[in-house]
Every structure is written in C-alpha cells, then in structure tokens.
Write a protein that binds this ligand. Structure first.
Ligand code: ZN
Length: 134
C-alpha cells in the first residue's frame, strides 16, 4: 500500500460540516460529488498528501445514514491507495480478510474502490482505492 489516501468522516449535514472543516483547515473544500449507487454526497479537502472526505447519506437507508444512526457522526473509514487494486483484493482475501465488495467498483474522486469489513480489521472500516486511468 502506498499511503493513506483519505480519511472518511460521516456527517449529518454536509453544508454545516463543510463550514466547520473549512474553519478548522483554513481552506475550503475543493469539490462536492454525489455517488448515486452509494446514496452518498461527499466533499473533499486536501491537507498535504492526504484528503479528508466528508460523507452525508442522501436517504435513510444509505450506509452512511445507518452508520450515523447506530454510532453517531465521526470517523467512518480510512482509505489506502494501492497500485493494483485487483491483486490487493486477491491478496487480502487469501489472508482471510472479509471483503464487503466482491469486485472493485466506482467510487468518488475518480477511483476504483473496495471495502474490508470492520469485523476482520479491529472495528475499522478500511477502503482500498486506485486512481482510474482515464
Ligand atoms: Zn472513502
């Protein structure tokens, strides 16, 4: 794995959160993106090499809305950048990790992504991502 690509934070209201984090970082988010398939709206800040991704569910049954109703707002996942997402997927599977996705799928920010279930990673939801070549 190359680096921590971003940290995902689940929020109830992305506009409120954008204002709070803009004050915290002393800079504005650089993009907002909706991922229809995930029922999520995201915004991104860039701090050095690492991004912060704010996530708000767009409907009650979305994974983010469910996460917030169970655990409240807060850190939702840590994403690591990899160079070959398919081979990392095979490697983690063979190491016994439970993957949430059976194959890498399109995520926000021009990435292929998949998630590792937190029950096999000490309670931390892990995302692996690879920039799509386009
Ligand atoms: Zn993410």
């Amino acid at each position: 794995m190359k680096k921590v690509e971003h940290i995902g934070i689940a929020v109830k209201d992305i506009e409120d959160a954008n204002n709070i984090f803009a004050k915290l970082f002393n800079q504005n988010h650089y993009k907002v993106e909706q991922v229809q398939s995930e029922g999520v709206i995201t915004s991104f800040f860039k701090i050095g090499e690492t991004k912060i991704e704010l996530l708000q569910g767009t409907h009650q049954d979305s994974p983010i809305a469910k996460f917030i109703s169970k655990r409240g707002e807060g850190i939702h996942h840590i994403a690591f950048e990899v160079t070959d997402i398919d081979s990392e997927m095979d490697r983690l599977k063979s190491e016994g990790f439970e993957l949430i996705n059976s194959e890498a799928k399109d995520g926000a920010d021009n990435k292929k992504i998949f998630f590792v279930h937190p029950k096999t990673t000490n309670g931390v939801l892990i995302e692996l991502c690879q920039e799509k070549s386009s």
